[in-house]
Design a protein around this ligand. Structure first.
Ligand code: GDP
Ligand code: IMO
Ligand code: MG
Length: 423
């Protein structure tokens, strides 16, 4: 059984929490895209972990965790995460593997990501500055360095030499920045090589053999549908395919092997970084929700922009991901509200639109059309069964199901594992 967990909004939907919850019935958790731009929070026994690269199933000592070829890895970030886990006595030997085909982030990728975003001026994307877009770009430019090449020092140095020729020219002549030394990077990366090589395998082969043996695999998506390079609010997106389709190319498993796709949706909407966001709160109410939901980025600490639930977006996410069901998170954040709004369509100029427009120009001028439902004004913590939820909470959830045309299979009422209701 292969299950995919994918974000249906702009990331930070609570995928980490949902993956940690679902991982208990799985054998393998595998990340298929993104890199250290992700921040997935898992809280167990009042201890909080934020995973950037390591899959969110790592806290179970018997689960295998994998970084597929579609992930981009900054070795320094990965090793720092590994070292933090070791301090917590979490063992990774023989249960954490990284793909031979995965692309490495080099120091110039991070610098160029930051410089290029700044140079956009008012059109700045607000990237995480982790070198994500620049690493993926080098893959497509056939200039990237894969782990399998990195393991052979001679091959690595030759690839790095060619890459540095181009990068240093750009940095020096165009951006008037510092240049990188082949020797310095080689020295730094030699240390990383020694620490990383024990984890490297052919992850596609491993996963396909596991599927044949009947193992349960959870594919962990990072970011979300509207940050997808092809289906998101382009150009305000990330540089990979967080949508479920990314699982095949990012793990090397065929589409016929995927059984279920679970879309994670926050009970409202957030976005970090720039880009259009029709239901965004423009007043102090946004501050209130940010405070109630503790909406600050898990990777950069930036305040997240907050807004009402946008059913047009989640319905579109259901289509492009082929969602089997929805996991609705952070329902408890709405506990104190008298009224809750849901965007059911948009108004653009004089027209009504009821689907996600691909045109950035149109989407950035869309005004949401809202439907209002009464709030439940009750605590939800401790509720273990759907039937014990307040009637008004059930009505809100039912409306989400109707508007998005997807059934809800999981509800999250708090950040801890136990604050979860299965339907
Ligand atoms: P991810 O990137 O999708 O994994 O989400 P993040 O971890 O970046 O952000 C989600 C935040 O919401 C984290 O701080 C979680 O601990 C928290 N969280 C997850 N589910 C719930 C929930 O149901 N209620 C509340 N109050 N917090 C939640
Ligand atoms: P998780 O997995 C929310 C956003 C950045 C920026 C845009 C491009 O925790 O949900 P990038 O560095 O990827 O080139 O930045 O994407 N972004 C995220 N927003 N959650 C994430 O990951 C994100 N990863 C990237 O803020 O707007
Ligand atoms: Mg996050």
């Amino acid at each position: 059984m292969v299950k995919v967990v994918v974000g249906t909004q702009w990331g930070d939907e609570g995928k980490g929490k949902v993956i940690d919850y679902l991982a208990k019935d799985c054998d393998i958790v595998a990340r298929y895209q993104g890199g250290a731009n992700a921040g997935h929070t898992v809280i167990t026994n009042n201890k909080k972990y934020i995973f950037h690269l390591i899959p969110s199933g790592i806290l179970y000592p018997d689960k295998i965790c994998i970084l597929g070829n579609g992930v981009v890895v900054d070795p320094a970030a990965l090793l720092s995460e590994i070292s933090n886990l070791k301090k917590e006595k979490i063992k990774l030997n023989k249960r954490f593997f990284i793909s031979e085909n995965l692309h490495l982030t080099l120091p110039y990728h991070k610098l160029l990501d930051q410089i290029e975003d700044k140079k956009r001026g008012r059109g700045k994307l607000g990237t995480t500055g982790r070198g994500i877009g620049t690493t993926y770009t080098d893959n497509y430019a056939r200039l990237g360095i894969r782990v399998v090449d990195f393991l052979n020092e001679k091959v690595f140095r030759e690839k790095l030499r060619v890459s540095l020729k181009l990068k240093n020219y750009l940095l020096k002549e165009y951006y008037e920045e510092k240049v990188y030394s082949l020797e310095k990077i080689s020295r730094e990366y030699r240390v990383y090589r020694k620490q990383i090589k024990g984890y490297v395998i052919d992850t596609s082969l491993y996963l396909n053999q596991a599927i044949r043996k009947g193992k349960n695999i959870l594919a962990e998506g990072a970011q979300g549908t509207f940050l997808d390079i092809d289906f998101g609010t382009y150009p305000y997106v990330t540089a990979s395919n967080p949508i479920a389709g990314g699982v095949c190319t990012g793990l090397g498993i065929g589409p016929t092997k995927i059984d279920k796709v679970i879309g994670v949706a926050k009970a409202y909407t957030t976005r970090v970084g720039k880009g259009p966001f029709p239901t965004e709160f423009k007043d102090e109410f946004g501050e209130k929700i940010r405070r109630l939901g503790n909406e600050f980025g898990a990777t950069t600490g930036r305040p997240r922009r907050c807004g009402w639930f946008d059913a047009v977006l989640v319905k579109q996410a259901a289509i492009v991901n082929g969602l089997s069901s929805l996991a609705v998170t952070k329902l408890d954040v709405l506990n104190s509200l008298d009224k809750i709004k849901i965007a059911v369509g948009y108004r653009y100029q004089r027209r009504k639109i009821n689907r996600f427009p691909n045109s950035f120009e149109v989407f950035s001028h869309c005004q949401p059309i809202y439907e209002e439902v009464p709030g439940w004004r009750r605590e939800l913590s401790g509720i273990k069964n759907y039937r014990d939820l307040p009637k008004k909470t059930k009505n809100y959830l039912k409306r989400i199901e109707e508007l998005t045309e997807v059934k809800i299979s999981l509800i999250s009422t708090g950040p801890q594992r136990q604050d979860t209701i299965l339907l």
